[in-house]
Design a protein around this ligand. Structure first.
Ligand SMILES: Nc1ncnc2c1ncn2[C@@H]1O[C@H](COP(=O)(O)OP(=O)(O)OP(=O)(O)O)[C@@H](O)[C@H]1O
Length: 360
């Protein structure tokens, strides 16, 4: 498996006013599991298709294992890149058995019969399909078909694997069991994986790092817990996870690992990496319900999540999200304090949020 690198990568489709990808820079280490996450039309599939070699970049470079796959002067065609692809639609041959489907990439590569049989058996064992070798795709469930697609991809030992919403066609229960299959599969073979998804739960559960995309750009590329705890801007704070994103006034007073801000009519100590934040991301865990808290809010919405309630609490024209262990009354007044929230500087926020909403 090989390192994958995008340098200043752009794609402008003919007749389109805005670039589908705008100067994307990112490096993916060998063996990393990366999720591309973002709203519809943000450029996820375009980045995957450029990596696969189905499209040519308008500018910039893609390299794999230090070799240039595409730039202004080079273009390695898709079939010569040795990249495996798993589509949402499975794309299996309906008239071939499971074993024949998995064997196909090896036949194309003129691998000997004995070696083919050995590698197909290994790929079927790895994906839990040993007992299904002789079945036809029509005799399989959606999850089993997707495992055939996975086996067919890994059988030729690709340099990287691209997965385009591979679980989007499956029902909720099957999705979570297939997530486990993907995770175990990645642990076993240590493949470099680029996984496109709309579903942030899936991205947070599976990926080593997530690239959050918006309008053809990567807004933040970080581990799931960093995206959640330390979003770089308003778009990421609003798109990943739950909670409120609120403009603040910086006081200029610093403290270890943070600063003091004014928000909701009070001063609050927050975590921050900049001296003058413009916004705060307040996750539900950051809102502590306590009678003695300095803030007073009113419950305007409530959802039972199983084990706890998700409350929407309005104060000062903003709506915070809090978790509670007991049911609240709509309209009930609660004392609150804000603890361990994260503040950041994002001058672009308003334009970005407007753009994202226009796409939603
Ligand atoms: N072949 C094409 N010709 C013209 N425009 C295109 C083409 N393919 C994609 N686009 C445009 O490029 C932008 C990015 O599209 P892309 O399919 O990469 O988004 P996406 O993030 O994968 O969206 P989704 O989650 O809906 O699949 C969109 O504005 C889309 O309309």
């Amino acid at each position: 498996m090989a390192e994958l690198r995008f340098s200043n990568l752009s794609k402008q489709f003919e007749g389109s006013a805005r670039p589908a990808l705008a100067a994307v820079d990112a490096s993916i280490a060998s063996g990393e599991f990366i999720a591309l996450l973002g709203p519809s039309g943000c450029g996820k599939t375009t980045l995957l298709r450029l990596t696969a070699g189905f499209e040519k970049p308008s500018a910039g470079r893609i390299s794999l294992g230090g070799e240039v796959m595409a730039d202004e002067t080079h273009f390695v065609p898709a079939e010569a890149r040795e990249i495996g692809i798993v589509f949402q639609s499975y794309a299996l041959w309906p008239h071939k058995t499971v074993a024949q489907n998995v064997s196909f990439p090896l036949e194309v590569r003129r691998v000997s019969r004995a070696e083919r049989d050995r590698r197909v058996a290994e790929a079927l064992a790895l994906t839990g399909l040993r007992d299904f070798a002789a079945r036809m795709p029509a005799q399989l469930s959606g999850g089993q078909r997707q495992r055939v697609a996975l086996a067919r991809c890994l059988v030729f030992e690709p340099r990287a694997m691209l997965l385009d919403e591979p679980l989007a066609n499956l029902d909720l229960a099957l999705r979570s069991s297939m997530q486990e299959v993907f995770r175990a599969f990645h642990r076993r073979i240590g493949a470099t994986m680029l996984y496109v998804t709309h579903d942030q739960g899936e991205a947070l559960a599976l990926a080593d790092r997530i690239a959050v995309m918006e309008s053809g750009r990567i807004r933040q590329f970080a581990a799931p817990e960093v995206l959640y705890r330390e979003p770089a801007d308003c778009f990421v704070a609003g798109f990943v996870g739950d909670g409120a994103v609120i403009p603040v006034r910086a006081t200029g007073e610093s403290m270890p690992d943070g600063t003091i801000i004014e928000v909701l009519g009070q001063r609050h100590a927050v975590r921050a990496r900049c001296a003058a934040p413009s916004h705060v991301s307040i996750r539900p865990e950051n809102v502590v319900i306590r009678d003695s808290g300095p803030l007073r809010g009113r419950v305007v919405g409530q959802t039972y999540l199983g084990g706890r309630f998700r409350l929407q609490v309005e104060l000062g024209g903003e709506t915070l999200v809090a978790y509670a262990t007991r049911r609240a009354r709509l309209g009930e007044a609660l004392g609150l304090s804000i603890e361990d929230a994260w503040a950041f500087h994002d001058p672009e926020s308003e334009t970005l949020m407007a753009r994202a909403l226009a796409h939603a």
